[in-house]
Design a protein around this ligand. Structure first.
Ligand SMILES: Cc1ncc(COP(=O)(O)OP(=O)(O)O)c(N)n1
Ligand SMILES: Cc1nc(C(=O)O)sc1CCOP(=O)(O)O
Ligand SMILES: [Mg+2]
Length: 203
């Protein structure tokens, strides 16, 4: 059941202080199980530059058979021949995506009870639950919800694939798993790591 969620790495060039291709290649060698291209926020690329980087990162994932997700950008989903799409509550609806991309994995962010109530859980392959801890990576992140949020979702849906996100690192990842998550999604824990191999192993 969605084993690819276990160590889910998310990255865009705006998160990197060195070559994103090198960071992704090191993270794959270290054992990540999925990758999401999230080119978004201050300093991110757009237009042709975004597509060019997306193609390079997609090719690396293809080479190592790592599932490749795109964040938000539905047009790029086809261009990059992605394995899956991750959307939030205010992005393209999961219902539309399910019709347009019947064979892709679909992930949806669910950050609180209000969002949970209006989410078509039966249409998604997994939910991204967070921010579990405080994060400085996403400017418009909602308030941290703690690992209780994972427990809440797990009690509602015993078999729902859940990935925790937000402020997760090699030290607190075990709390997220113990609360019932299938995996952890991280950005800065890997992009800012001194030693990617050690961090991914510890996750
Ligand atoms: C695995 C995963 N979970 C949550 C998110 C956040 O998605 P969203 O709420 O749409 O916010 P942005 O990432 O688009 O800023 C995610 N990307 N991945
Ligand atoms: C992209 C994203 N989504 C979040 C959510 O709560 O939905 S938190 C977040 C940023 C995660 O970055 P880091 O691992 O560096 O904290
Ligand atoms: Mg989004």
């Amino acid at each position: 059941m969605a084993n690819y969620l276990r160590k889910y790495f998310i990255m865009g060039s705006q998160n990197c202080n060195r070559d994103p291709e090198k960071i992704l290649t090191e993270a794959i060698a270290a054992g990540i199980t999925a990758f999401q291209f999230r080119e978004k926020g201050n300093g991110s690329l757009s237009g042709e530059a975004k597509i060019t980087l997306g193609k390079k990162l997609r090719e690396i994932c293809r080479q190592y058979t790592i599932p490749f997700f795109i964040n938000d950008d539905v047009e790029l989903a086809s261009v990059l021949e992605v394995d899956g799409i991750h959307v939030g509550q205010d992005d393209t609806s999961v219902a539309r995506l399910r019709v347009k991309f019947p064979n892709l994995e679909l992930g949806l962010s669910v950050s609180n009870e209000e969002e949970f109530k209006k989410s078509p859980i039966h249409l998604v392959d997994y939910v991204g639950a967070g921010p579990i801890f405080t994060t400085s990576t996403k400017d418009d992140a909602k308030p941290a919800v703690g690992t209780e949020w994972i427990t809440f979702l797990r009690n509602k849906h015993r078999h729902l694939p859940i990935v925790g996100i937000g402020g997760i690192n090699e030290i607190n990842a075990s709390q997220v798993m113990e609360a019932g998550a299938n995996g952890v999604a991280v950005i800065s824990a890997i992009t800012k790591a001194q030693n990617i191999k050690e961090v991914v192993k510890s996750l």
